[in-house]
Design a protein around this ligand. Sequence first.
Ligand code: ATP
Ligand code: MG
Length: 602
Amino acid sequence: MTDQNLTFRPGSDIENVVSFPVCAGSPASVVSFENMQPVPDGMPCNFSLNADGIYQLRPGEGDDLLPIRICSPLIVKGICSRPSGGGWGRVVAVEDPDGNWHELILDARDVSRKSAAALNVLFDNGLELAPVEKAAQSVTELLAAWRPGARYVRSDRLGWADTTFSAFTLGDHRVLGGARVITDAVSDDVAAAMHVKGTLEGWRAAVAEPCAGNPLMVLAVSHAFSGPLLSVLGRDGGGFHLRGVSSRGKSTLLGVAASVWGAPSFVQSWRGTDNGIEGIAAACNDSLLVLDELHQVEPRVAGDIVYMLANGRGKTRMSSNGKAQPTRRWSVSVLSSGELSLEEHMASGGCGMFAGQGIRLIDLAADVRPYGAFDCLHGEPDGRAFAERMQRAGRENYGVAGPAFVEKLLANVDRRDLFQRQIDGFCQSCLVAADIPPDGQVQRVLARFGIAALAGEMATKFGITGWGTGASFAAARELFLNWFEARDGVTRGEITAAVERTRNYVSQNLGRFALLGAEAGEPKPGSSCLGAEYQKIEQALPLEVPLKSFYDRLTLRNRGIAIGPVTVSCRPKCSFKPPSAQKRRGFSSPVLNGVGADYRSH
Ligand SMILES: Nc1ncnc2c1ncn2[C@@H]1O[C@H](COP(=O)(O)OP(=O)(O)OP(=O)(O)O)[C@@H](O)[C@H]1O
Ligand SMILES: [Mg+2]
């Protein structure tokens, strides 16, 4: 034997090390003791791992065994199965030709059958066979015989590994917290985008700090942190849709928010949602799902997707044997953008939007700030320059803030009650500021702002954003009030004007109204009693709400015939479109026009 042809000595302290070229003409296989690897757990003793790959002991001359390089490096790290049972497989790490390691799952059925399926998965991830005889066969033998002791939980989504919130999986297979978890069957594109570039300090300085003073940006980034909190607080998914004309900074905002979790490619297009939404949602589970360009999805489909995303479960499907396959589940914060609102987009396809869709994907105007989507340009001369600066910052710094948030949250998950109290406090302060009586839909929207605000405040407290305390609450409050005012396209100013108009008309035309039930002994039309009641309500007025109780009882009368109650839409939300008094050609009396009220003289 020459130096170049050392015999492998099982049992010796260098049994996993070779120090010679394995086969002539294979320069890459020259190895040395410096490359010595620790023996991987459970590796069969006739194989060894070295820095340049896997070696197999094969019969040489006489009784000698020669280590022959069969493939590039790979390690079977553990055995995995789903928490519910089933889904058995091997967790394998493979090194690609660029020296990057990839972790993946090989299904047990593929491994034990020694089929090409297992090898193909490895090849896809960069495994290379050595140019020796029966290399493929040796690798399949190795996979089948390798018995590591480590056990992994196999999950079909990223995010929290279990309901005790002990560990959180990221797209690059990093697991924050203690548990061993391996994930499969999520969108590869999204998962691959979840990696790191730059440092937390870099992200804070270049991306987060210029968000200060920009409520939409602060809300978008705060909302990006809210994903991991949803499950912790037992909340449904959902989010915001940034709507506005072109080139005002919508996609820039999405990119900034996406940088919390990953690369710019973390932003998905609505176009891909038609078929791939379940895989995408599973990959964004417990983090952020960013969807750009709403118009690229069919209007009919958009509404269904909003429900599906927010409700957190995919379609039930049947397998070939007729059994229902497990339904995909997720919990995700959504951030979307488009030139139209969801309602407008759905209407363009002839579909009506349900209120529930607007609650789950809250419409925010992103082109009415002082500079398009921005309020403060941090020294840049115009909106365009600021947008481009933020886009650059997002390309250079990403993927660190979200995981840093989860690391801190892991140590605080038992403080749910405190989180909940903070959300409640935020909601209460908004209700008071907007002078809004409780309304189920408004409160659900408000709660969504509340979770985002809390997440942003927590990120600030954890030292991640560099914003001042209260910045996220203030941004969320301002945008909630904007949303509230813009609802149904009516502002508070318009409501007040409409109330005033109606009040004037009614007070000047009391003789034309009767209180409902007047026939049963209540005040007669134009009677002083009716006037007195009107006065009483007028004096107690300041809010619109008491008006309703009054107007609801009013009946417009004409020539003694009750035409019907004056339907004044004075709900405690911004949809007050009261009747207005008009003279119409051909009619002797004024007409009350308005939503739900068109009372004319006969
Ligand atoms: N607020 C702004 N003021 C002026 N120009 C802007 C503003 N925001 C963005 N831009 C310009 O528009 C470009 C595209 O920005 P961005 O993708 O954020 O726009 P968008 O609102 O998403 O537009 P679209 O609806 O067409 O997708 C930027 O690179 C910048 O040149
Ligand atoms: Mg855009």
